[in-house]
Ligand binder design. Structure first.
Ligand code: ADP
Ligand code: MG
Length: 669
C-alpha cells in the first residue's frame, strides 16, 4: 500500500465510507495517517464507589441492586439505576437510552466508566459507558486516540483504518536530513506516526509530537528560505513615485499620523519607487490605524497611473473600508470601486466594467476580486487586509492576476504588482521576522495618542445586573455597546449563549426594567450579506445602539463611538480572539470598557484571562505567552492563520521551533 493511494485500498472502506472520510479532508492513505488524534482518552484503574470524585472520569466495577427505572417525558427519557460494590452505592443515569435498562441485570457485575457530578448532596454518574472486560483490560493504562470527527465516521472505524494503514503502508526515506535527526535526538518518521496514533504513555506521545512538529517547522522554514533566496530581484517593470496626491489627502485627514504610521508609509514609499516588487507585511495591533496607511499607498498608485486593489476578508469589512476611502476622497473627485459577492448583478457588471477600463482605479473588495470574471488593467499594488483570514493561495492569486506581459508601456517586460499584507495577528516581532522571512516587515508599535486604555473586568453571573446597567448608562449617554455570544443558536449540549435567543432576552430585560432608548440589533454569520451590511449600517448610523453579535465582528469592524463590550462565556475563547474582540472598543478618545463574563470564576479561568486584564497590548499578550509557554489552546489556531500546522503550534512548541530554525540555518544556509 502506498501513501498516495486512495483510502479505498483499506479493507472495509467502500465508496460510501470513503465519501464520509473525504468530509474530514481524508482522501488518501497518507491523509489518514496525518489525521492525528485531537486528544487521548485514558482508562485508569478501577476505583471504589466511596472514592469517586466529582468531574473526573472514573471506572467502577459494580452490580445493579434492582431493576433500572425508565422515566419518560414526551419523546425524552431518563434511565436510572443504583449500583453497588463493597464500598458503597451510587446512582447511574442515562439520557434518552431506555434500551440500557434491558441490558442490565440485578446482581451481575459490570464495568462502568463515566464522569461523576453532584446532584444535590449526592454524586451521580451520568451517561456512563459499559465496557466489556476485554475492552477495559486490554486498553487500561494506555492512551487511546480521540479523532476529530464529522458525520458518519466513528472513532473506532478511524482507529481500525489507521492500524491497518500503519501496518501495510510503505514509507519512503526519512523526510528530514539525517544530521537534523541526529542533532536533535528525533525519532524516525514511521515510528513517530505509530506513536502519535497509539502511544503507550505520555513520554511516547511527546517523542512523536516533537518529531512531527519539528518536521512541519523544518519543511515550512526551508520553503521560506528558498523563497527568500529567489525573491532578491523581482523587477516590477514600472515605478510608483508620485506622492503629491497622497500628501494632500494626508493633510485633510481629521488626525495626524502617528510615528509608527509615518514610518510604515515611508517604508512603503521607498519600495513602490524602487522598481523591485514590494513584498511587505504591515503588522500592528488592533486599532493602530493600518487602513489609512493603505489608503495613502493606494493614492500613490492612483496618481502614478496604476490600479490598486484592497482585499478584505468579509463583505462587511470591505464596505467599511469603502466608506472610509470614499469619505476621505470625497472632495477630490476620485472614485473608489467596490466589488463584493453580495452585489446585485447590474452593480457588479458596472464595477467589473470600470475595473477593466480605469487604468488608475482604486478598488476595494472581498475575494470576489480573485474570480475569473475580474480583469484588471495595470494593477500595480495589491493589499490584503487581515491576511491571516486568507489562504496563501488566495493571496498569491490576487498578485498573479496583476502579472501580465503584454499591455505595459515597457513592452514585454513582465508587470509584477507590489504586494502589501496587513495583519493584527499578535506574533512577536522577533518570531515574525523568521516565520515571514520572505517578507519585509513594517511594524506599527504606537497607537493614536488620543486613546485612553480600555478598562477591563472579569465578571461572573452575580455581576450581570450591574453589567447591564453599565451598558445602559453608556448607551443612554449617546455611545454604543456590543454584546458577544459564542454561538448563533443556544443548544442543550453546550453551555454557551446563543446570539438569536439572547437578542430577545436582552430586549425583554430592559423592557422589564423600564429602561427605554436601547435599540437592540443583531449580527451573526448565518445572515445574508446584505442583512449583515444593513445590521452594521443601522449600528453605525445609530438606528440601533446595542449590537448583539457573534465573532463575525471580530476582525476589523471600526465604530468609533462604541465604548463598551460584554463578552459572554469568555472562557470559551482563545486569548488572542478575546483581544481582537476587545479591539472593537477604545477606538476614539472616549473611555471604553470591556467586560469578560465567565460562567464560573475558577482559579484556572482567572489565571488564563488575567493577562488580558493586565495589558491591552496584543503583542505583550503574545510575548507573555511565549515566555510562559502556557497551554497551547491559549492561542486559538485561527489566529495564527497560515502559521497553523497540523500538530505544531508556534507558541506552545516554541522550543522545537527554535531548534528547527537553527537546523535550517545550519543545513541550508
Ligand atoms: P486597524 O489597524 O485595527 O485596522 P483602523 O485602521 O481601523 O485600525 O483604525 C482604527 C481607527 O483609528 C479608525 O477609526 C481610524 O480612522 C482611526 N485612526 C487611524 N489613525 C489615526 C491617528 N493617527 N489618529 C487618530 N485616529 C486614527
Ligand atoms: Mg483593520
Amino acid at each position: 500500500m502506498e501513501a498516495y493511494e486512495s483510502i479505498r485500498t483499506i479493507k472495509g472502506i467502500g465508496e460510501k465510507t470513503a465519501s464520509n472520510y473525504e468530509k474530514l479532508g481524508v482522501f488518501t492513505v497518507g491523509d489518514l495517517l496525518m489525521h492525528y488524534p485531537r486528544d487521548y482518552d485514558y482508562y485508569g484503574d478501577e476505583c471504589f464507589i466511596e472514592d469517586l470524585r466529582p468531574d473526573e472520569n472514573s471506572v467502577i466495577i459494580a452490580a445493579p441492586v434492582s431493576h433500572a427505572n425508565v422515566f419518560r417525558k414526551g419523546s425524552r427519557s431518563l434511565t436510572s439505576v443504583y449500583v453497588q460494590d463493597s464500598s458503597g452505592r451510587i446512582e447511574l443515569t442515562w439520557f434518552n437510552m431506555p434500551y440500557i435498562s434491558k441490558t442490565l441485570h440485578t446482581g451481575v457485575k459490570y464495568i462502568f466508566r463515566g464522569r461523576v457530578s453532584w446532584k444535590g448532596k449526592r454524586l451521580v454518574m451520568r451517561q456512563p459507558k459499559i465496557l466489556t472486560k476485554e475492552d477495559y483490560y486490554n486498553n487500561r493504562h494506555r492512551l487511546l486516540p480521540i479523532y476529530p470527527l464529522t458525520g458518519h465516521v466513528t472513532n473506532n472505524s478511524i482507529k481500525k483504518a489507521v492500524k491497518q494503514a500503519l501496518e501495510s503502508v510503505s514509507f519512503p526515506r526519512d523526510t528530514l536530513p539525517a544530521p537534523a535527526v541526529k542533532m536533535y535526538g528525533l525519532i524516525g518518521h514511521k515510528e513517530a506516526l505509530n506513536k502519535i496514533h497509539f502511544p503507550n504513555n505520555r513520554a511516547e506521545y511527546r517523542q512523536a509530537h516533537k518529531r512531527l512538529a519539528f518536521e512541519e517547522f523544518y519543511d515550512f522554514l526551508s520553503k521560506i528560505n528558498a523563497a527568500r533566496k529567489r525573491k532578491k530581484l523581482n523587477k516590477t517593470g514600472f515605478i510608483i513615485d508620485k506622492q503629491q496626491f497622497a500628501e494632500a489627502i494626508e493633510k485633510i485627514l481629521p488626525f495626524e499620523l502617528t510615528e509608527g504610521q509615518k514610518k510604515a508609509l515611508s517604508d512603503i514609499k521607498h519600495d513602490l519607487g524602487s522598481g523591485v516588487a514590494m513584498a511587505r507585511l504591515l503588522e500592528g495591533d488592533v486599532g493602530c490605524g493600518k487602513t489609512v496607511v493603505c489608503l495613502l499607498a493606494m493614492c500613490m498608485a492612483h496618481e502614478s497611473g496604476y490600479q490598486s486593489a484592497l482585499m478584505a476578508p468579509t463583505e462587511v469589512l470591505a464596505v467599511q473600508h469603502y466608506n472610509f476611502f470614499t469619505e476621505a476622497l470625497k472632495d477630490t473627485g476620485t472614485e473608489v470601486i467596490l466589488l463584493n459577492g453580495g452585489q446585485k448583478a447590474a452593480e457588479r457588471r458596472e464595477a467589473l466594467e470600470k475595473i477593466r477600463k480605469t487604468p488608475d482605479a482604486m478598488i476595494i473588495g472581498t475575494h470576489a476580486l480573485i474570480q475569473e470574471s475580474v480583469s484588471f488593467s495595470g494593477l500595480g499594488l495589491v493589499i490584503t487586509d487581515e491576511q491571516h483570514r486568507f489562504g496563501v493561495a488566495q493571496k498569491k492569486k490576487l498578485q498573479e492576476k496583476g502579472i501580465i506581459t503584454k499591455e505595459t508601456p515597457y513592452g514585454d517586460t513582465p508587470f509584477i504588482p507590489h504586494m502589501l499584507v496587513m495583519s493584527a495577528t499578535p506574533i512577536p516581532r522577533s518570531l515574525a521576522a523568521t516565520l515571514y522571512g520572505d517578507l519585509d516587515i513594517s511594524f506599527i508599535a504606537s497607537r493614536p495618542v488620543n486613546r485612553l486604555p480600555v478598562k477591563n473586568a472579569i465578571i461572573d453571573e452575580s455581576y450581570r445586573d450591574r453589567a447591564y446597567t453599565m451598558i445602559a448608562k453608556q448607551v443612554l449617554n449617546g455611545h454604543k455597546a456590543y454584546i458577544i455570544c459564542p454561538v448563533i443558536d443556544a443548544s442543550d449540549n453546550i453551555a454557551a449563549e446563543g446570539c438569536i435567543e439572547y437578542t430577545e432576552k436582552i430586549k425583554d430585560y430592559y423592557n422589564e426594567k423600564k429602561i427605554y432608548g436601547i435599540r437592540v440589533g443583531m449580527i451573526h454569520g448565518r445572515m445574508k450579506a446584505n442583512e449583515k451590511e444593513a445590521a452594521l449600517d443601522d449600528f453605525v448610523s445609530g438606528r440601533t445602539n446595542l449590537l448583539v453579535a457573534t465573532t463575525v465582528i471580530e476582525v476589523g469592524i471600526d465604530v468609533a463611538d462604541a465604548t463598551v463590550i460584554l463578552i459572554e462565556n469568555s472562557e470559551r475563547f482563545g486569548l488572542a480572539e478575546l483581544h481582537q474582540l476587545r479591539g472593537r472598543v477604545g477606538r476614539s478618545d472616549l473611555q471604553s470598557y470591556c467586560m469578560f463574563m465567565v460562567s464560573r470564576l475558577s482559579p484556572e479561568i482567572m489565571q488564563r484571562l488575567s493577562v488580558l486584564k493586565e495589558t491591552n497590548d496584543g503583542f505583550r499578550i503574545a510575548e507573555e505567552d511565549l515566555k510562559n509557554r502556557g497551554p497551547g489552546e491559549i492561542f486559538g489556531t485561527r489566529q495564527s492563520g497560515e502559521l497553523t500546522f497540523k500538530t505544531a503550534d508556534i507558541y506552545r512548541d516554541a522550543d522545537i521551533l527554535k531548534e528547527a530554525i537553527e537546523a535550517v540555518k545550519t543545513l541550508e544556509g
